[in-house]
Design a protein around this ligand. Structure first.
Ligand SMILES: *[C@@H]1O[C@H](CO)[C@@H](O)[C@H](O)[C@H]1NC(C)=O
Ligand SMILES: *[C@@H]1O[C@H](CO)[C@@H](O)[C@H](O)[C@H]1NC(C)=O
Length: 242
């Protein structure tokens, strides 16, 4: 073997080591994007919709994400959607304060987590139809039909975290999205509600398809869901739009 061939072999050897290291890194990186991607999707939707009401942007918190992930697994495992997750007890130890929890579920495994990550905040937001910004007190008894909207847009919220889960052993339960909010909204306190929930800013265009997103689409048909997604007439926000 000539010196030149040896050098070539060494080069190939080193090349392979580097390639496998890169391949390993790429693999890890893809996993990371898969986990963080849908969380980011939900975050972007929150901030876009919050901005419509003059509420400041929120950030993802790693602890709240982890809590969301554990609770999503818990709800799927127990096939319940009742805020009974023992991993938060509605309490965020880091801040020593209560947090809010919004749950969304679709009884199919056909949707991707990205579709769920988009549909959940949109469904929460659709409750705006039930919220009366003029007669704020009238919302209190109907909090079940406006609560998700209120928690999502609540001005004082600074952090969110979320988890999505599903299991092939519970196809009828489907996919669940768990979103945690810090701090918990002050629903029931009219003054706080007035301060934290402003009507959509006048310069914001209406989002016509919102109310129809959920009822108008066959949840078992992900192609139809994707087509509906493309029809969205969102203007691009400062976070790159939808
Ligand atoms: C909100 O409440 C006011 C005062 O009660 C009422 O006049 C108005 O119709 C309500 N708006 C909606 C959208 O229900
Ligand atoms: C979706 O699929 C489930 C299970 O096959 C079925 O029970 C349900 O009726 C379907 N929903 C629609 C809207 O077709």
């Amino acid at each position: 073997m000539t010196l030149e061939t040896k050098a070539l072999l060494v080069k190939i050897g080193i090349g392979l080591i580097i390639a496998s290291l890169l391949a390993g890194y790429t693999f890890v990186w893809i996993q990371w994007v898969d986990i963080e991607g849908y969380q980011h999707t939900t975050l972007v939707h929150h901030n876009y919709l919050r901005a419509r009401h003059g509420s400041p942007a929120v950030s993802l918190d790693a602890d709240l994400n982890e809590m969301g992930r554990k609770c999503a697994h818990y709800y799927v495992k127990n096939r319940v959607m009742d805020h009974s997750c023992p991993f938060h007890m509605n309490y965020w130890p880091k801040m020593k304060e209560y947090i809010g929890e919004c749950l969304w579920r679709i009884p199919t495994l056909d949707w991707s987590y990205y579709e769920a990550a988009i549909a959940a905040p949109r469904t929460f937001y659709a409750e705006i139809e039930n919220y009366n910004f003029t007669d704020v007190e009238s919302n209190i008894p109907k909090f079940l039909s406006v609560g998700h909207f209120a928690q999502m847009i609540w001005k004082e919220v600074t952090h969110i975290g979320l988890g999505i889960s599903s299991s092939s052993s519970a196809p009828e339960f489907g996919i669940i999205v768990v979103v945690h909010y810090y701090p918990l909204y002050g629903f029931g306190d009219v003054e706080k509600m007035r301060k934290n929930l402003k009507p959509s800013l006048p310069e914001m265009k209406p989002i016509p398809i919102y109310g129809q997103w959920w009822p108008g689409i066959d949840p078992n048909n992900s192609k139809e869901a994707a087509a509906a997604e493309n029809k969205f007439t969102f203007e691009k926000g400062p976070w790159g739009g939808m």
